[in-house]
Design a protein around this ligand. Sequence first.
Ligand code: CP3
Length: 367
Amino acid sequence: MSKDGLILPKDFPQLQNDTFLRAARGEETEHVPVWCMRQAGRYLPEFRESRAGKDFFDTCRSPETCCELTLQPLRRFPFDAAIIFSDILVIPQAMGMDVQMVAGKGPTFPDPLKEPEDLQRLQAKVDVDKELGYVFKAITLTRHKIEGKVPLIGFTGAPWTLMSYMIEGGGSRTFSKAKRWLYRHPEASHMLLRMLTDVIVEYLLGQVAAGAQALQVFESHAGILGPVEFQEFSLPYLRDIARCVKDKLKEAGKDVPMIVFAKDAHYGLEDLSQSHYEVVGLDWTIDPRSARERTGGKVSLQGNMDPCAFYAPKERISDIVKKMLEGFGTRGYIANLGHGLYPDMDPESVGAFVEAVHQHSKQMIKQ
Ligand code: CP3
């Protein structure tokens, strides 16, 4: 224990289930590993209870609560990985922007970026230990408390997705305010994307130093871009992040698998599979077989059941999972949803999903 009573990022319990890490690297496994995006979320009554009456970002700043929320789904389901409870919008906060989580509305920036001059309001060089040290503490604490049961995934939002929130000020159907910048202020857009990339690289390295065993980069708003804009404003930065993080980790003798999840970026699949990430995450609109063909065995794949399949009866979930496994094959594959779980979903469906992945894949691998 350190002076301030927080546990240090060393002497972590030994990992007992490395199925997820092996699948990420394309190695053989006994079953297909499975986890769910938003597995720590409002569909769990215990999550709602822990979060009740508390501000969302105050919760993110409490390492103990983040640890508890991360562990909750593992107590119910035999997931093969955990993702740290936090949010992608802690980065704009660290750069000096105010972000609130408004009930019924979602993330809200009271004072979004409007014109390129507004970039001057941002903190370009962020001291990530000072501004985001609470996330690192949550990761270290969780790595200890998870007792080596499964690996712990750290994450970040990708530059374009963060930029789109910082300009739009919240969710949007069109993200036209953010896209206006791409067409009207391309230079300022690149300046902002570069600033974000630099912070993200430091942030991810800090997460690994704190104990994260894999990293996922969420480009949730990739689908708002067309193929040309994706090539210019998203892909180069996604590549840069993976390359810089990997180079720095290599110097430190570390190797942590990285996942890129660019939602609805069909047109970018080939490029994403050659962007230095070990794993490409897929949304549910992509056919597993065609994703395999298009990525040519260069990467592992993760995904991609439609979260709404959780509304189906349990037997149906099992059939859907079986088809998905047949489509992806069992090697170099991590089962997941095509996006996060919704709050009204039944935890029993999640249990049925995890069980179906394990059972069907064990049988398929034995054959
Ligand atoms: O279990 C997990 O997946 C880990 C935690 C996690 C959260 N947010 C917790 C959260 C992760 C990985 C995220 C990432 C995130 N946050 C993304 C990328 C993934 C995606 O969904 O595309 C995005 C776009 C955000 C921004 C954000 N935060 C949104 C759009 C919302 C939803 C607002 C709402 O009211 O539904 C949030 C809030 C949020 N982040 C919740 C959780 C569990 C729900 C709110 C709550 O707990 O009160």
